[in-house]
Design a protein around this ligand. Structure first.
Ligand SMILES: [Zn+2]
Length: 406
């Protein structure tokens, strides 16, 4: 076991240089950022959110000269420096990380103790940081639920309720989306990608197109992830999440003989050994990749009304990779973890933050989970949320036939 404390000093320029180098690996583009882009980056980070018009103009200028990926890095840093993001992902304060290498899968699992996430429950702090407005005219808000809470992901509401948040518009798969930094971050450069239209969080095949197009527009620097109804905290409004950090699951070992279910010149489909069932679709042809992944997801959903999925889409070299994690709405939580487990946990990054007050006994204490954790803890958490085996093996029997004929 290796314990790693966060020792990186916040150095956005260094950090972004590393990301640019990764980008180079992925797109074989020049890693050099023009001087104009560097100075725009610094300017954006220093600009107050109150100077919104100026900020949006600089973001647009940066996007024109350096592309979307670099612009998002600048916006994220601005949202950290301005206090909207509750803590700095690059600051070590209060955070700890444990890593466990698993020789059976080749994955290095990661457990994170991140008390910054608990700040999202501190109302006064949220008002002070501009995460929520102190005074909102409720009559101006749209798409309210039965309790009268207005949708958190509609731009109209964000503009009125979240004064510290800056949204960037983007078109994907012919639809309009907004990107906003996740204030209760899990990883660095963690954004929510929300549809401009208020439509429910319900899987449709376009989700894969949207995920892959986003990866292309950021030259493989970002990953796109989608929580079906397993882990999505907002179910009324369609959204994905994006981040520059790699998921531990991406390193999974795929054995040629045993794990590959289907392969031809265009596509490779595998079902490797993991503690939560995962299907991996890889290939250079984006359309074919989406088609095959969609078929597997649809088959899974058709087996039982409770079936849902977590999706991770990433690019390695020029190959698109879609990871489909099979989930069941009745198995959302693992022992020792408070609340449901979503795509980050499913992808091998377990985030723990909840420590109850001393006088409240009997509650789950995630600090205890973190302290006692070893490789078995992680495996068990993933097994706890695995759907029943019978359904998973049924799907494993169907997939080769489905792929052969369609
Ligand atoms: Zn909405």
């Amino acid at each position: 076991m290796k314990i790693k404390f966060f020792v990186n000093l916040p150095d956005p320029v260094k950090n972004n240089r590393e990301i640019k180098l990764n980008q180079k690996k992925n797109s074989r583009q020049k890693a050099e950022v023009p001087d104009k882009a560097k100075s725009l980056f610094e300017k954006i980070v220093r600009t107050s959110t109150k100077e919104r018009r100026e900020l949006l103009k600089s973001l647009n200028d940066l996007r024109e000269c350096a592309g979307l990926s670099y612009t998002l890095l600048a916006l994220y840093r601005q949202q950290v420096e301005s206090g909207f993001v509750l803590g700095d992902p690059l600051q070590p304060r209060g955070k700890e990380e444990k890593q466990f290498f698993d020789p059976d899968t080749g994955i290095t699992f990661c457990l994170q103790w991140n008390p910054d996430r608990e700040l999202r429950k501190d109302h006064l702090l949220l008002v002070e940081r501009g995460v929520i407005a102190g005074d909102v005219d409720e009559t101006q808000l749209i798409n309210k639920d039965k309790k009268g809470n207005a949708c958190y992901l509609c731009k109209t509401n964000i503009d009125r309720q979240n004064p510290g948040e800056v949204l960037l518009e983007i078109e994907l798969a012919g639809e309009k989306f907004y990107l906003g930094a996740n204030f209760a971050y899990i990883t660095d450069n963690h954004f929510t990608l929300m549809n401009a239209e208020h439509r429910p969080q319900q899987y449709r095949r376009e989700i894969l197109r949207i995920a892959n197009e986003f990866i292309d527009k950021t030259e493989g620097t970002f990953r796109s992830v989608y929580n079906g109804l397993a882990g999505a905290s907002i179910k009324k409004h369609e959204h994905l999440q994006v981040t520059t950090e790699e998921f531990p699951l991406e390193e999974i070992r795929i054995k040629k003989e045993e794990d590959i279910v289907y392969a031809n010149d265009e596509i490779r489909v595998s079902y490797p050994n993991y503690y939560l069932p995962v299907w991996i679709v890889e290939g250079k042809d984006k359309i074919r990749n989406e088609h095959v992944a969609n078929r597997i997801i649809r088959e899974w959903q058709s087996l039982n009304e409770h079936h849902t999925e977590n999706i991770i889409a990433a690019k390695r070299g020029d190959s698109y990779r879609i990871f489909i994690l099979l989930r069941d709405k009745r198995r959302l939580a693992g022992v020792g973890k408070k609340g449901g487990m979503a795509v980050y946990e499913a992808g091998g990054k377990i985030v723990l933050s909840y420590e109850p007050e001393a006088d409240r006994t009997g509650e789950i204490n995630e600090r205890n989970t973190f302290e006692k954790a070893n490789l078995e803890t992680v495996k068990q958490l993933l097994k706890d949320i695995s759907p029943e085996e019978h359904s998973c093996s049924l799907l494993a029997r169907f997939v080769p036939t489905v792929l052969k004929f369609g």
